[in-house]
Design a binder for this molecule. Structure first.
Ligand code: SAM
Ligand code: SF4
Length: 325
């Protein structure tokens, strides 16, 4: 079992397989970064897999592939198959913007993927284009339909932003309910790479929008999930709220993050990271396990989004496209 310095069990590894992306979301990567990690610094799937094995052998039971846009990385399905074949019963999932899903969904399913989280911030083509930096919606809808058609289980992530898509919370919920998909509303997390003019909606403001039309019942967090679940009684439909600005969010944190160049990151908010690149390039399993142990020991107790006064705190410099969210 992997236990961090605060006694929390860590059983969830998120791997960002690339920081590159075909979207330019305002809250994540509004402009192409000044410098990308050079291609030669990216770990190969074999190198990433060596660490995956160390993590699974240590106690990780859940792995999510993310990015940047993970479907931009060639042969992702072979990486999925490698992980899937290593241990039965592993919970393996992927987060994607869905743009490349129409072609990829069947291959992902055949490789053993069961679950997908898809980002969908608007049902209006112009608003989706404003958020993503290009006209994406038709292709995203196609991707969602294809994923459902091939039998993947889909959850939708929406980041509500004031004055941009805050009027679409109920419509996105209805779109998801009709397709038997759970929606999770994610509070916008301020970071130095986002468009600084953005204003996110606080969790309670999101709930107030839902309450304008429905009666909701709080169900609680599902295990160590960051998502707090609610039931809409009129429709018997469950949705989630991911609220990192709330104090209890970090108490049960069970995750670590690995970037495409091999930085192992203990917390989404902070800059601190240790690299496993040298170890995995040498095939040094003990070295990689040692880096993992050090990262767990120093995992911060909580993020700083949860502090009351945003003006007083230094904004997070961590890029979401690097950590994978
Ligand atoms: N490209 C894929 C996608 O968009 O689904 C995977 C990577 S993306 C970084 C993972 C998740 O992080 C997405 O659901 C996205 O909406 C979320 N995200 C990115 N920046 C965020 C921010 N500043 N605040 C809240 N969520 C954010
Ligand atoms: Fe790309 Fe996902 Fe970031 Fe949007 S949120 S820019 S799709 S990595």
């Amino acid at each position: 079992m992997l236990i961090d310095g605060h006694g929390r069990t860590v059983d969830y590894l998120r791997i960002s397989v690339t920081e590159r992306c075909n979207f330019r979301c305002q809250y994540c990567m509004p402009e192409k970064p000044f410098s990308w990690v050079p291609k030669e610094n990216l770990l190969t799937f074999e190198e990433l897999f060596l660490f995956v094995k160390v993590a699974i052998d240590g106690g990780v039971t859940k792995i999510r592939l993310t990015g940047g846009e993970p479907l931009l990385r060639e042969d992702l399905d072979s990486f999925i198959a490698m992980i899937n074949n290593y241990k039965e019963g592993l919970d393996l999932a992927l987060t994607t913007n869905a743009f490349l899903l129409p072609d990829a969904a069947q291959r992902l399913k055949d490789a053993g993927l069961k679950r997908l989280n898809i980002s969908l911030d608007s049902l209006k083509p112009d608003v989706a284009a404003k958020i993503a930096g290009k006209d994406v919606l038709k292709q995203v809808f196609k991707g969602i339909d294809k994923a459902l058609e091939v039998g993947l289980k889909v959850k939708i992530n929406m980041v509500p932003l004031k004055g941009i898509n805050d009027d679409e919370i109920l419509d996105i919920m209805e779109y998801c309910r009709e397709r038997n998909m759970k929606v999770r509303f994610i509070e916008y997390m301020e970071n130095a790479h986002a468009d600084q003019a953005l204003k996110g909606m606080h969790g309670r403001e999101i709930l107030d929008k839902v309450k304008e039309k429905y009666t909701i019942k709080a169900l609680g967090r599902e295990g160590a999930s960051p998502s707090f679940n609610y039931l809409i009684e009129e429709m018997n439909y469950e949705f989630g709220l991911i609220d990192p600005h709330k104090h209890d969010f970090c108490e049960s944190c069970n995750r670590i993050r690995l970037t495409a160049e091999g930085n192992l990151i203990p917390c989404l908010y902070f800059d601190e990271a240790l690299s496993i690149a040298e170890s995995v390039k040498k095939g040094d399993i003990e070295g990689a396990a040692d880096v993992l142990a050090r990262v767990l020991k120093d995992k911060p107790k909580e993020n700083r989004w949860s502090e009351e006064e945003i003006e007083d705190r230094e904004i997070s410099k961590r890029a979401f496209y690097e950590t994978g969210g």
